[in-house]
Design a protein around this ligand. Structure first.
Ligand code: AMP
Ligand code: ZN
Length: 474
């Protein structure tokens, strides 16, 4: 399996630290507002990576955090805590805000068939671990304290920007968002490990005691503390959106390696954005769509998952409803075709996989080339006119599509070999519609079509007759 490593800027052969086990950490959501489909692109990307590792027979321990404190409006330590801001805007407590949006997050990721991580760690449940890590950094001489915070001093850490390869002069210091920069900072790029609940943060609700004073952790320390707690000082894969390269992950590397003296992570995997009209879909730009808006418009959430698979994870994906419709149509067609494949365990037992399965795996193992993998899958699906026959070739296809779906995650087993069941009432309406059409009563036939639609089915007239499709399949 080959995958791009942001650290080396190369596609590398993936070699885990332990030959069978893979430790994988993903930065989780900041639960202060609704999860949008931009987030879902990144979590589907993580899910595909995890499934590919599993199909390659690795046992994956996948850890993800839930940021419920400490993430300020700007990634560069400025502004208000996002959760506290959310609480103020929605008139709720910080705890209610975090709980509500975390639940919404899980509901959203479930709809697109993302596997839940092996371990989910809330930041507020891991304050001790973060304090311990800051303590270690202090002992190793990487920290200093001002009236407002405990900071990590970046010039003490050699090669601080090795992940982003930015020159420090080019690195933006967060724009001012209604707060003054801490003038006691030694270097504008030093980042906070622990904020004190004084001055700007004097009313901060979430606060804990620490050896340095009452306060709350900075955003970056949580991911170092949580990942190393569950995966050890060195682990295999760390994922995130590309926005995390210059600040969050740069800081994670600095503080983790300064604490342990060891390489923190072997492979850094970063997902590109879902964009709308050329701009990143984001909560702050208010240009986002939520998954339930898609469902209300009649789309199946798995069509969104399909859409994500059509673009490589390292490329931008420009979201349009047109492209979502195409994804929906492709998924509908796929479901329709495989409904007609006769399938039984006995028939496929002992049968070989289709030749395209290897090509499919070659594609996914080549830096998760999912568009190519989809093309190979379609090539197989359409390859053989023997649709519906329980012979060798169809069994091989049946077996292969199920194997491929372990990675695609499109729940194809729910359709495979399951011809559409047409309820009696619809069958009756269909024959009435036929009669109406035969007698030239098109007004009546249209009325019946509308009634059938109300019952959840749509009719497509073709030269060869008509096709009935469930609208829930859309
Ligand atoms: P947040 O909850 O804002 O911390 O974001 C959680 C994750 O979603 C991060 O890894 C972000 O990089 C990622 N993310 C946010 N917006 C987008 C987007 N429009 N497209 C892809 N990933 C995104
Ligand atoms: Zn993180």
């Amino acid at each position: 399996m080959r995958i791009y490593n942001t650290l080396s800027r190369k596609i590398e052969e993936f070699q885990p630290l332990n030959p069978l086990y893979v430790g994988m950490y993903s930065c989780g959501p900041t639960v202060y507002d609704y999860t949008h489909i931009g987030h879902l692109r990144k979590y589907v990307g993580d899910d595909i990576l995890r499934r590919v590792l599993e199909v390659n027979k690795y046992k994956v321990k996948h850890v993800m955090n839930i940021t419920d404190v400490g993430h300020l409006v700007s990634d560069g330590d400025l502004g208000e805590d996002k959760i506290e801001k959310g609480a103020r805007e929605f008139g709720k407590t910080v705890w209610e805000v975090a709980k509500f949006y975390e639940e919404y997050f899980w509901k959203s990721v479930d709809t697109v068939n993302i596997k839940r991580p092996s371990i989910v760690a809330k930041v507020t449940d891991h304050i001790e671990e973060q304090i311990r890590l800051i303590h270690k950094l202090e002992k190793n001489g990487f920290t200093y304290q001002t009236d407002q915070a405990v900071y990590f001093q970046i010039d003490k850490f050699p090669n601080y920007t090795k992940l982003s390869r930015q020159k420090l002069e080019e690195k933006k210091v967060g724009a001012r968002i209604g707060v003054v920069v801490d003038k006691q900072k030694k270097n504008p790029h030093d980042f906070a490990l622990w904020f004190f609940t004084v001055g700007h943060f004097k009313d901060h609700t979430m606060r804990w005691s620490s050896p340095w004073g009452q306060g709350f952790p900075g955003w970056h320390i949580e991911c170092s503390a949580i990942s190393m707690e569950y995966l050890g000082d060195c682990f295999d894969i760390h994922t995130g959106g590309i926005d995390h390269i210059p600040v969050h992950h740069t800081n994670e590397i600095a503080q983790s390696e300064a604490a342990t003296g060891k390489t923190f992570v072997k492979h850094w995997v970063h997902h590109n954005f879902l964009i709308v009209d050329g701009e990143k879909m984001s909560k702050s730009k208010k240009n986002f769509y939520r998954i339930d808006e898609m469902i209300e418009k009649g789309f199946d959430p798995l069509a969104l998952r399909y859409l994500f698979l059509t673009v490589c994870y390292r490329d931008k994906l420009n979201f349009t409803f047109e492209s979502l419709k195409s994804a929906q149509n492709a998924l509908d067609n796929l479901r329709e075709i495989i409904r007609d494949w006769s399938f039984s365990d006995e028939a496929s037992e002992g049968k070989e996989l289709h030749g395209n399965y290897k090509k499919f795996m070659d594609s996914v193992n080549n830096d998760l080339n999912m568009p190519q993998a989809l093309a190979v899958m379609w090539d197989m699906v359409k390859s053989d006119p023997l649709i519906g026959r329980t012979d060798y070739s169809i069994s091989a296809k049946v077996k292969s599509i199920l194997e491929m779906d372990k990675i695609l995650g499109l729940k194809l087993d729910e359709y495979l070999g399951k011809p559409l069941e047409i309820p009696r009432k619809i069958q009756r309406l269909l024959s009435q519609r036929n009669q109406a059409r035969q007698s030239g009563d098109f007004k009546k036939s249209d009325e019946i079509r509308r009634e059938i639609k109300k019952s959840g089915f749509k009719i497509e007239d073709t030269l060869a007759g008509y096709k009935l499709k469930p609208i829930s399949d859309k």
